[in-house]
Design a protein around this ligand. Sequence first.
Ligand code: KIV
Length: 303
Amino acid sequence: MSVTSFPGGSSSASTGNPITKVTMPALAEMKRQGKPISALTAYDYSSSRLADEAGIDLLLVGDSLAMVVLGHENTMAVTVDEMLHHTRAVRRAVRRALVVADMPFGSYHGTVAEGLANAVRFVKEAGAEAVKIEGPRVELVRALTEAEIPVIGHLGLTPQSVHRMGGYRVQARTAETASRLRDDAMALADAGAGAVVLEGVPREVAAEITAELPVPTIGIGAGPDCDGQILVFHDLLNLTFAPAAKFVRRYADAGGLIRAAIEHYREDVEHRAFPSDEESYHLPETARKSMAAAHKTSVLRKA
Ligand code: KIV
């Protein structure tokens, strides 16, 4: 079976139920119904397929890719071409979740026309169903919306602003900055944003914005009152090499599991315990016999 084949036609591999594709309007409907939105970052085929089959509603090809997959210090270095490459892999894996591509630093910080042209690439060349941009870029959100590209805003602790912020710090901690954050979220929604990610803001601020905003909020380090939650895949599974932030919950120790499995494999190779005879291919009986006969003849000739 090909690794990219999907057994079960258009039904879920785990439940057998028909798959209903998550769309941008479906997220709005979930907010209306008070149904929490589950979101996770995704970067490659196999892990995205597992997340999709586990029922995650929204998969974000986050620019956190720069750090957790490519090993950069922060998110600034990842390019549009790298993000496109990974978005295509995620797109190939996903049948149900909404696939959102993060626009990397520099790809929308110039003119609105440049931002629009780059967003079009994510939809056209990689199959993204929405893009995410950081900051209160109301004009760009309006242009993307008019161009039929669903857009998700991202406010609060915006990692692409790390140099301006002087580090990754919780934002909107005063009445004044909280009120500005609320105004920015409202302006993004008015301009057409289909959802807003709130990162690294006090629970109380996120709760108030969530109650007022007509579109869903998706929180990360923003408390439990947002309409949805998102985590970085590698944080959730302990695949990082640094202590977890306060808001991260480790749901499994995949890092420990992988390290132990690889150590076990290395030891088996060193002790010739891998592969076994059962894990080896064998000649068919006839070929084995003629090989043995040829060997015998050559030994006799040499004697
Ligand atoms: O890049 C990213 O991972 C994000 C998040 C919202 C987690 O932007």
